[in-house]
Design a protein around this ligand. Structure first.
Ligand code: HEM
Length: 429
């Protein structure tokens, strides 16, 4: 059996991702994950992966695409804070008068990604409820490593596979509904589904579905996908697009409170409050270009990484830092170790957002979202969400966290499980 190597230095990581870009390295997941994700982006490689990424990247990466969905991020974030304040009020006479942030953060990020992907009004409350409960089943399956449980409905994995099948059915129905609207020219052009349908042909039950592509698009350039592939990727997209961001939401709330006396954090709050007083803060350009907000969010990612590890498999012999790594080896990328590497970060254990302004080298060597061909599709959306969230925490709401319940969730995706009391700072009229 070939050994597992561990990447502990950024130079290893950049070379690793370069080999991945050239196709010599694939992601390696436990077998359970492969069943749960099936034909979704992280499990596929080579040509098919490249084709789907070619469609997906323009939907999420350019500023113009994000700017179009800024209203969704703002609305959902306002709703998050209003809900937290309501729950705090409702809880005030309870023995436990704190509100757990994580479930609300999950709803927040879930609603954002659904509203980005699908047109307004398409996800009614029954579908929403059904998606949420099946995602819950599906996600729990990722901790069951016994693939013999795949067909066992008593096990976590067996339950997750049932949840997965339900999700595939719901996403198939939603896709068919989007195609109807697209063909009737009533589908909102801002939603991801519109742009996706523009770029694909879909085979369903052995037949090509009729999609009336816009005239100016050459039909030959469409990527052909099966409905199962579309549904698998939508399942992954909605899942990847909310669980990680919700965890980061908890970490941000934690850091703002824990490092509230930090000079950088105080200055950041002051700057944001000044911009807010001039009604200039909650605009796409201000939030996107605000460097100090960026440095704060980056430092939260560094100190509290949401994705803590990835595993990659060599499908060809590769040279890394002068050493030949033979085909068949695997390499683990351990973000907890990397982010505390003192060759890369001075005083790595200190929470210091200013380091991002002062050390341009680390900008090139730091990858909370991966790099290369498999880099996170939603990295810019995630930054936007977390910057809006930080700006609201600093200007619109006041909160205190329960100091007795700040625990590290033991999870593949790591987060601070915080409980707080939240109140609006704005006086009601
Ligand atoms: C704090 C938030 C997030 C973090 C830390 C994060 C991190 C990551 C990481 C580390 C990867 C794997 C890269 C690799 O395999 O080398 C990844 C992949 C992915 N992420 Fe994210 N992500 C976040 C938010 C999002 C959002 C909001 C979306 C959706 C819009 C998203 C969609 C995806 C997809 C589709 C992939 C698979 C890409 C592929 O295999 O080609 N993620 N993410």
């Amino acid at each position: 059996m070939k050994p597992t190597l561990v990447a502990t230095h950024p130079s290893t990581l950049s070379q690793l991702f370069e080999h991945e870009r050239k196709g010599s390295i694939h992601s390696q997941w436990p077998e359970t994950f492969n069943h749960l994700m099936r034909d979704a982006l992280p499990t596929i490689n080579g040509d098919k992966h490249r084709k789907i990424r070619k469609i997906m990247n323009p939907l999420f990466i350019p500023n113009a695409a994000l700017n179009e969905r800024f209203d969704v991020v703002m609305d959902c974030t306002q709703k998050l804070f209003a809900t937290l304040a309501e729950h705090t009020l409702a809880n005030q006479h309870n023995a436990d008068d704190f509100v757990q942030l994580r479930p609300q953060a999950l709803s927040w990020a879930f609603d954002i990604i659904l509203s980005v992907v699908f047109p307004k009004g398409m996800i009614d409350s029954t579908t929403h409820q059904s998606l949420a409960s099946n995602f819950h089943l599906w996600v729990k399956g990722f901790v069951d490593m016994n693939v013999a449980n795949l067909d066992n409905p008593e096990s976590l994995l067996g339950q997750a596979m049932i949840g997965k099948q339900n999700l595939i059915e719901i996403f198939t129905e939603l896709t068919l509904e989007c195609i109807d609207q697209y063909n009737a020219k009533t589908l909102d052009p801002k939603c991801t589904m519109f742009k996706l349908l523009n770029a694909v042909n879909i085979i369903h039950n052995g037949q090509m579905i009729k999609i009336d592509h816009e005239q100016n698009d050459a039909a030959g350039q469409k990527v052909e996908l099966t409905m199962e592939e579309v549904a698998d990727n939508l399942t992954l997209l909605v899942s990847a697009g909310h669980d990680t961001t919700a965890s980061s939401c908890c970490n941000i709330a934690y850091c703002l409170q824990k490092y509230g006396d930090n000079e950088f954090v105080q200055q950041l709050k002051h700057d944001l409050q000044l911009l807010d007083a001039k009604n200039e803060l909650f605009e796409f350009d201000t939030i996107s270009n605000h460097e100090a907000l960026d440095h704060f969010v980056k430092e939260v990612f560094r100190c509290y990484p949401t994705v803590t590890f990835l595993q990659k498999r060599f499908v060809n012999d590769c040279v890394i830092n002068g050493y030949t790594v033979e085909k068949g080896n695997t390499m683990m990328v351990n973000w907890n170790m990397m982010n505390q590497c003192d060759e890369m970060f001075e005083d790595p254990l200190v929470f210091d957002p200013l380091r991002w302004a002062q050390n341009p080298i680390s900008k090139k060597e730091y990858y909370p979202f991966g790099l290369g061909s498999k880099k996170c599709v939603g990295w810019k959306l995630a930054y936007l969400e977390l910057k809006v969230l930080t700006a609201m925490f600093c200007t619109q709401y006041d909160y205190e966290l329960d100091p007795n319940r700040v625990e590290k969730g033991i999870n593949l995706l790591s987060f601070m499980d915080v409980h707080g009391k939240f109140a609006s700072l704005k006086k009601s009229d």
